[in-house]
Design a protein around this ligand. Structure first.
Ligand SMILES: [Zn+2]
Length: 214
């Protein structure tokens, strides 16, 4: 099984409730031995030790914020009115059909339809067997993964729902990466040579993905 890590720690993007503090969207997670900030999709995730005194929690955060202030663009994937879908800002009212369905349901459908179609087309182009299934996860720490079933060499793929925020070429780059694992089950030099043939801009796409540039 091959997995692509999303930065480091993950969280369910669509279920989080970040707070606004000093102009940043911050998600507090008491899950780390050493306090640190992680940036993902427009939200700063503040990892800190559970046993830290309440006053210290903010003191340390203030300190960490100074360092990151100029580093990121801080564009949230979802805010009160808009949500990035395929790299474009879309109104939440439209996406949820004026609140008649949940945002998560709407996004799941969009990314599911897109990836299913693209995987079908790409595997056909490359004359590869299609995966036996494609799974979508929202509590994943990976953008995508490739799972080989040894017994019959069939395989299935899984993808992060939060890919829905990115431009289609970036989503495609994740699909190409996972499909390339059909040839090489590792991240060796030959793997990247093969990937380069399918997706010459894979490095650029990877950077945008990890920096939350939809
Ligand atoms: Zn990989």
């Amino acid at each position: 099984m091959i997995s692509e890590k999303i930065n480091s720690k993950s969280y369910a993007l669509l279920d989080i409730e970040p707070v606004t503090y000093q102009g940043f969207r911050i998600l507090f997670l008491a899950d780390s031995r050493i306090p640190r900030l992680e940036y993902r999709l427009g939200t700063l995730i503040y990892h800190y030790p559970k046993q830290l005194q309440a006053s210290k929690v903010y003191d340390i955060l203030d300190h960490l914020l100074i360092r990151v202030k100029n580093k990121y663009a801080f564009i949230p994937a979802v805010d009160d009115q808009f949500c990035y879908v395929f790299g474009e800002k879309k109104s939440l009212r439209l996406l949820t059909n004026l609140g008649r369905k949940s945002l998560k349901t709407a996004l799941k459908k969009l990314i599911g339809d897109y990836i299913n179609e693209r995987v079908f087309v790409i595997t056909k182009e490359l004359k590869l067997p299609a995966p036996i299934k494609i799974v979508f996860r929202d509590t994943t720490r990976k953008w995508g993964s490739f799972h080989l079933l040894i017994k019959d060499k069939s395989y299935y793929l899984s993808f992060a729902l939060s890919l829905v925020h990115f431009r289609k070429e970036i989503i495609d780059s994740v699909i190409y990466h996972e499909i390339t694992h059909y040839y090489y089950l590792n991240h060796s030099k030959v793997f990247y040579q093969k990937l380069q043939l399918f997706n010459p801009e894979f490095k650029l796409h990877q950077e945008k993905l990890n920096a939350g540039k939809y």
